[in-house]
Design a protein around this ligand. Sequence first.
Ligand SMILES: C[S@@+](CC[C@H](N)C(=O)[O-])C[C@H]1O[C@@H](n2cnc3c(N)ncnc32)[C@H](O)[C@@H]1O
Length: 291
Amino acid sequence: MTSVAGVVDAAVQRLRAAGFTADEARRDAVVIARGLRHWSMADWLVQSRAEAPPDFQTMFDALVARRAAHEPVAYLLGEKEFYGRFFRVTHDTLIPRPETEGLVEAALAWLRERARHHREAARVVDIGTGTGCVAITLALEAAAPPGLVLAATDTSIDALAIARDNALRLGAAGVDFRHGHLFAGSAPPFHLIVSNPPYVPERDRDALQPDVRLFEPGGALFSGEDGLGLIRELVPAARRGLAPGGAVVLEVGAGQADEVCALLEAEGFSRVQQQRDLQGIPRVIIGHVSL
Ligand SMILES: C[S@@+](CC[C@H](N)C(=O)[O-])C[C@H]1O[C@@H](n2cnc3c(N)ncnc32)[C@H](O)[C@@H]1O
């Protein structure tokens, strides 16, 4: 008899031979097995010693071979958890990152504060929506009155198809997804502009982990030699597109925060603030438009 745990043990050796550490190999092999069996961690603990079903090994081995070639686990399973919900991901979308939950937290905090003083729904746009994880999470977490009128844009038509699908599955049907650059025709003024734009410097391409460099869409990662190409366009557009009292909330890369704050201040934003991620890296920048 071959148990699921036995099949996983063999995969751990295969992943170690491909260069993964023992911890990474076991973690990934278990996650892939659980994903295939639709098992929670508790299911894994209770059931993994039972005999593997007939088709399990073939499907599992095919996924482990892809992982050995560094394809991210989220692409193998077709989903990634973000802010407590599972989002569908494909090779056309960036895989949502935990640090982007900080962007969502900052946007929600701003929206909650605004809701204390306004009865009119906040007009919000998420620029570069990818899977839709930011826009959909905002739609679901800030649905209480006064609510949101929410647009989400992307230059990737294929990413937008995934975002629309995620919105339908997760019950955020009201998001206006739009194909195009920056606002993509969504009409200002906005009260809040939120974005996790591509910000990886082109010059860092070769230094990226193979999981990212080989598998995630370049258009979601890179923006010019120093990574700030799109942000340099977004900041003045945001200044023009925001209503008085509005705000822009941006995710930036490690080492970019001071420069992005300077761009916002030069454009006339006030009370420009940085927030750190769980690693202590300044990650989220907030700029306000005075009333
Ligand atoms: C870093 S990903 C962020 C995806 C998603 N918001 C997230 O946080 O996981 C950046 C996204 O911006 C999109 N994008 C790139 N250039 C753009 C532009 N000029 N206007 C709008 N979206 C753009 C990319 O296609 C990609 O989906």
